[in-house]
Design a protein around this ligand. Structure first.
Ligand code: AN7
Length: 393
């Protein structure tokens, strides 16, 4: 395995700390020749089951048993939306309740291999919570930069609990991202663990492997939210590697969904913009309130190569779908995570088997669900009063 520039194919050894190509400035990926993996050994469960596909020493892993998340059939919603077979891969069932843990277990293991003293990220909340947990466990100082306001309460609570140094930056996520990149470039000891780090994305690709194993092959379509677009890139890479290793036969269409007010990739793909960027991104789905996605080039390639698409949904559609998924299927996820469901509710999909990736737990952001005043009945502690409150008499 080696690090490779996705644009100009320049190569860098795995031991080199480098996030963008010295030659052309584009992002890097880990080149894995899955054809040559031979008989792949898959033992145990979760991310490390797929250690043969990962570019770090599994015996030194920093792990909290990430991956192996719930894979839930959604027959009620499938029927409502006119879809043959619909599943939710619920990444809220990871240790810190988001998909970031898949990447962080590999990324922090890499940080230890590289002798880092500290790990850092800019984050809309979930990366920070995950970095704080894994960094703390590994004995590293964790530095998390969050945008001013608009970070969900549960995520901040996690970063506090895990003992991170939390810096609120006067600006949005994109500003925080720029300055944390400057910090890690300046200070060799601070290892950057945003999704511009290709090692982190290697962990995230294992979601594709789990889905293939659960279904016996890849689905026809995979729908997921996009922010920095690391996850769609990672998962698409995973599907290709599993197929190249002879472990699956199909590839899914990759459907990336953004919130209307923060949709640089959907606009870039659908409206032929010359730059993948929106200023002042705004959405209730604060996790994906991102205007300058660092992995846009990888995501655009994934959408193009898979014959997929990039779409948008409104905040109102997100909130409606959030309740519908929780109510009808018992799966409560945060607003960003439900963008794929909102998309399917609105448009359906021309595919037999569809998998939605719900990326983070609903309790991360209790304020979002409680924006609409909940109906809470009141009763005296007597049977009469209870029956009356419930309208049973
Ligand atoms: C719940 O934590 O960017 O497209 O800083 O928390 O891979 O960026 C979070 C992103 C989707 C988008 N769903 O994933 C961060 C951060 C949830 C998220 C995304 C995020 P990418």
């Amino acid at each position: 395995m080696i690090q490779r520039c996705i644009q100009c194919d320049a190569r860098y050894p795995l031991e080199q700390v480098v996030f963008t190509c010295d030659a052309c400035g584009s992002v890097l990926e880990i080149a894995v020749d899955a054809n040559s993996l031979g008989d792949v050994q898959m033992c145990g469960r979760g991310v490390w089951r797929y250690a043969s596909f990962l570019p770090v020493d599994a015996s030194k892993r920093v792990s909290l048993s990430e991956g192996d998340t719930g894979f839930h059939p959604c027959p009620t919603l499938a029927k409502m939306y006119g879809i043959d077979r619909m599943f939710v891969k619920n990444e809220g069932e990871n240790p810190t309740c988001s998909f970031k843990d898949r990447g962080m277990t590999v990324g922090v293991t890499k940080a230890i291999e590289m002798g880092a003293k500290a790990v850092a990220c800019a984050s809309t909340g979930n990366t920070a919570a995950s970095l704080a947990a894994y960094g703390g466990r590994a004995g590293l100082n964790a530095v998390v930069l969050i945008p001013g306001g608009n970070v969900a309460m549960g995520k901040i609570a996690q970063s506090v609990a895990h003992g991170a140094q939390i810096v609120q930056v006067d600006g949005n996520f994109d500003d925080a991202m720029r300055v944390v990149r400057e910090l890690s470039a300046e200070t060799g000891d601070v290892y950057l663990l945003n999704s511009i780090n290709p090692f982190r994305l290697e962990g995230q690709k294992t979601l594709a492997f789990e889905v293939c194993e659960a279904l016996g092959d890849a689905p026809d379509a995979l729908v997921l939210p996009m922010g920095n677009a690391g996850n769609i890139s990672a998962i698409w890479k995973g599907f290709r590697e599993f197929r190249d290793a002879g472990l699956s036969t199909k590839l899914p269409r990759m459907i990336g969904v953004q919130a209307e007010g923060a949709a640089p990739i959907a606009k870039f793909v659908n409206d032929n913009l010359d730059k993948c960027y929106v200023s002042e991104p705004e959405t209730i789905a604060t996790a994906i309130r991102i205007g300058a996605p660092v992995n846009w080039a990888k995501a655009v390639a994934a959408i193009h190569d898979s014959h997929g698409l990039a779409a948008t949904v409104s905040d109102a559609e997100i909130l409606a779908a959030q309740r519908e998924l929780a109510h009808r299927e018992g799966v409560f996820v945060e607003p960003a995570s439900v963008a794929p469901i909102a998309y399917l509710k609105k448009h359906g999909v021309d595919a037999e088997t569809v998998v939605c990736v719900t990326t983070g737990h609903g309790l991360k952001d209790p304020d979002a669900i409680l924006r609409v005043e909940p109906t809470i009945l009141h009763a005296q502690p007597t049977l009469d009063s209870l029956q009356e409150a419930l309208g049973l008499r």
